[in-house]
Design a protein around this ligand. Structure first.
Ligand SMILES: [Zn+2]
Length: 198
C-alpha cells in the first residue's frame, strides 16, 4: 500500500522503463487474469516434479464469480481452485499456480494430482452454463491436458462428484459432459497451432 502510494506520486516520465525481460503476469494460461488466492488456502509445491498431475476436476461454485474470488482470498476459508470461469463471458481468473496444490477436491490425494476449475453458477440453474463458459473452460482444460500429458477423456477429466470420498454433487445433472468433452477434444488450445513459416 505504502509503496503503491509513493509510486503514484512520482511523475510518470521519471519512472524507469520496465526492463526488456520484465516478467509476464504469473499465469499458466495466457488469457487468464491473475487473482491470487490467499497463501493460507493452498499448498506450495513444484508439480509435476513433486506430484504427477493426472486429473482435471470440474466444479460449479454455488455462488457468484465475485464471491468465489473473495472466498479464495479469505485466509479463514481454507479453500481454493486453480481457476474460476465466469458465466457471462467466459473470463478466466487464475487463483493458484498449477505447480501449487489448490484445496478443491475434498481429498488430499486428488488435490495433489489435479488441477481444479470452478465455474460460476449453480447446479440447478443451467442458464449459468453459457456457450462462453463452456468454450473458455474447454480451451483451458485442453491446454492443461496438453501441458501434463493427461488423456482428454472422462477417466481423467472428472466432476467433483467423482472424486472418491467427496460428498459434493457438482457440476450436477445440467452440466453437458458430451458437449464439453467434444469441445475439449476439438478446440485448438493456446500455443498448439503450428508456427507459420518465418
Ligand atoms: Zn466442487
Amino acid at each position: 500500500m505504502l509503496k503503491g502510494a509513493a509510486l503514484a506520486a512520482v511523475p510518470y516520465a521519471l519512472l524507469p522503463d520496465p526492463p526488456a525481460d520484465a516478467l509476464p503476469p504469473p499465469v499458466d494460461h495466457p488469457s487468464a487474469e491473475w487473482v491470487a488466492a490467499s497463501t493460507a488456502n493452498h499448498t506450495p509445491a513444484d508439480r509435476p516434479t513433486t506430484h504427477p498431475i493426472d486429473f482435471v476436476v470440474i466444479h460449479v461454485t454455488q455462488t457468484s464469480y465475485r464471491t468465489a474470488l473473495s472466498v479464495f482470498q479469505n485466509p479463514k476459508k481454507k479453500v481454493s481452485a486453480h481457476y474460476l470461469v465466469r458465466s457471462v463471458n467466459g473470463n478466466i481468473a487464475q487463483c493458484v499456480r498449477e505447480r501449487d496444490i489448490a484445496w478443491h477436491a475434498g481429498n488430499w490425494d486428488y488435490n495433489t494430482r489435479s488441477v481444479g476449475i470452478e465455474h460460476e453458477g449453480w447446479v440447478d440453474q443451467p442458464g449459468y452454463f453459457t456457450d462462453a463458459l463452456y468454450m473458455a473452460s474447454a480451451r483451458l482444460t485442453s491446454a492443461i491436458c496438453a501441458r501434463y500429458d493427461i488423456p482428454k477423456d472422462r477417466a481423467h477429466i472428472i466432476g467433483h462428484y467423482e472424486v472418491p470420498e467427496s460428498d459434493h454433487t457438482d457440476p450436477g445433472l445440467h452440466w453437458d459432459w458430451t458437449r464439453y468433452m467434444r469441445l475439449v477434444n476439438s478446440v485448438r488450445h493456446e500455443g498448439a497451432s503450428p508456427r507459420p513459416p518465418a
